[in-house]
Design a protein around this ligand. Structure first.
Ligand SMILES: Nc1ncnc2c1ncn2[C@@H]1O[C@H](COP(=O)(O)OP(=O)(O)O)[C@@H](O)[C@H]1O
Ligand SMILES: [Mg+2]
Length: 463
């Protein structure tokens, strides 16, 4: 619900100042106090100016105050609702340059253009979804194209093709509702962002084909579409999911190979590089010929922004050192959430003890706890299974478990004289069953949980 007061007509994603964020338990209460502080003077001055004419109408001063307060309460409650929940306590570091560099690819230029689509991979919890929704979608809209965003991890128990169909139907629906109104940039942006406040189960899947849906969307919007599929590798879990990917490819070809008309640009992101690669490698994969690129994780500028703000909010308190914070961020695998909570805990502890802030020490402790959990999963493995898992983690993309070289290597790691192909085969089966190794097809293997890979790499480089 919107009111005409300029002070409450703020963008859907309000970024909470860092000082507020640093006390997350109070964030909910603070949202109220934030509105109160903003609206209090307005409500008081309105009450004062309303008093004389209303008193002339025979209303008591008390009644007038009560009315103003009710109106004021209504503003507060309607505004608290207006803030999308997932973003309520998020400090956000914007990445406009990255968004622009991706949006620039959406041209028909044969060299720099991205007519065939982009596939971007980065580990879990590094900020892909946040970037897509908060930076990329607005940039796509600003470039005059229609962003449609689908997250295949939105509900992992659901068939990925079903998620796609429901989101496409929703995009069509919102365009229908907007029919007749000029589709300006701000409206496009609102359509694509507000779309996410609706749960999947409240949506009807589109009942035609996926290319039909996309053609219709482009026709109604009368502009190019950028379809962003987040966690696209989830399509691999089912045949229908893969069929949906083939349908996207068919739609892309139909729309991009014709002479004129709106184009379809596809952006797919994934948390597992090898899995995402299954969509582009091999002649039988839907986007054969494409390549998976690394999605750039947050780096120095993110850490500097946070440290700068924390330090200026803590003038007089122990300061955070940038190099130490950078080290902590790296230890925590460039995961903003983990980094920020380590920083928060460390600042809290330092304030209590009076010791200097050492975020990297806390990060190391957190990592040690994670490694202990991961290590426990490996404990029950036999020496051969463990040796094989290690060999796989150290191998480059192409791991050949039955080659003479690997057999020798695994035997050595297991501390035995030699090992047969059969024994390796059995060991692989166990690793797959235990969810440590992922096997997309015969002869292809990848480490399933990339945290193991990171732990192994770092431990071996520490040695
Ligand atoms: N640019 C950013 N600034 C601040 N926090 C961020 C940023 N990007 C991500 N985060 C935080 O990191 C966490 C993980 O982000 P998310 O986008 O869900 O990662 P992914 O999609 O890669 O798994 C979230 O809690 C999010 O708030
Ligand atoms: Mg995500």
């Amino acid at each position: 619900m919107r009111t005409s007061l300029p002070s409450v007509d703020r963008p859907a994603h309000r970024t909470i100042p860092l000082e507020e964020w640093l006390q997350p338990t109070r964030a909910g209460v603070r949202i109220h106090s934030f509105f109160m502080l903003n609206e209090m003077p307005i409500s008081a001055s309105i009450a004062t100016s309303l008093r004389p004419p209303m008193t002339m109408l025979g209303l008591s001063a008390q009644a007038i105050d009560k009315m103003v307060w009710l109106w004021y309460l209504y503003i507060i409650t309607s505004n608290v609702e207006q803030i999308p929940r997932p973003y309520m306590d998020a400090f956000h570091h914007p990445r406009p340059d990255l968004a622009d560099s991706i949006v620039k690819r959406f041209t028909e230029d044969p060299i720099f253009g991205g007519l065939s689509g982009l596939h971007l991979a980065a580990p879990r919890r590094t900020g892909k979804t946040t970037f897509l929704r908060r930076d990329l979608v607005p940039s796509i809209a600003a470039a005059g194209k229609l962003p449609v965003i689908v997250d295949l991890w939105e509900d992992r128990s659901r068939e990925p093709s079903d998620i796609l169909r429901r989101r496409l139907a929703q995009a069509l629906d919102s365009l229908k509702n907007a029919a007749g109104k000029a589709l300006d940039r701000s409206r496009i942006q609102r359509l694509s962002v507000l779309g996410f406040s609706v749960g999947l189960s409240d949506l009807q899947p589109f009942d035609g084909t996926i290319p039909e849906a996309l053609e219709r969307i482009a026709g109604m919007a009368r502009r190019d579409i950028v379809l962003v599929v987040d966690e696209a590798q989830q399509a691999l879990v089912s045949e229908a999911g893969m069929d949906a990917m083939f349908a996207l490819k068919a739609a892309r070809d139909a729309m991009n190979l014709r002479e004129a008309g709106p184009r379809l640009y596809l952006v797919m992101t994934g948390s597992h590089r090898a899995k995402l690669a299954e969509l582009v490698i091999g002649p039988k994969s839907p986007f054969f010929g494409g390549t998976v690129q690394d999605f750039p994780v947050l780096g120095r500028d993110f850490v500097e922004a946070i440290v700068g703000q924390v330090n200026s909010a803590r003038k007089g308190g122990a300061q955070v050192e940038i190099e130490d914070a950078l080290k902590a961020f790296d230890i925590l695998m460039h995961r903003p959430e983990a980094f920020m909570s380590a920083l928060r805990e460390e600042i809290f502890a330092a304030d209590l003890s009076g010791a200097p802030v050492r975020a990297s020490v806390r990060a190391e402790a957190l990592r040690a706890a994670t490694w202990a959990d991961l290590g426990a999963d490996l404990e029950s493995l036999s020496a051969v299974q463990r040796g094989l898992f290690e060999a796989m983690m150290e191998a480059s993309d192409e791991f050949t478990p039955f080659s003479a070289h690997t057999l020798k290597d695994v035997a050595q790691r297991a501390g035995i004289a030699s090992i047969s192909k059969g024994a390796v085969q059995t060991a692989i089966k166990v690793l797959v069953e235990r969810g440590l190794v992922w096997q997309p097809g015969s002869g292809r293997y990848a480490v399933d949980n990339l945290d193991f890979l990171d732990m192994h790499r770092r431990k071996t480089s520490l040695r």
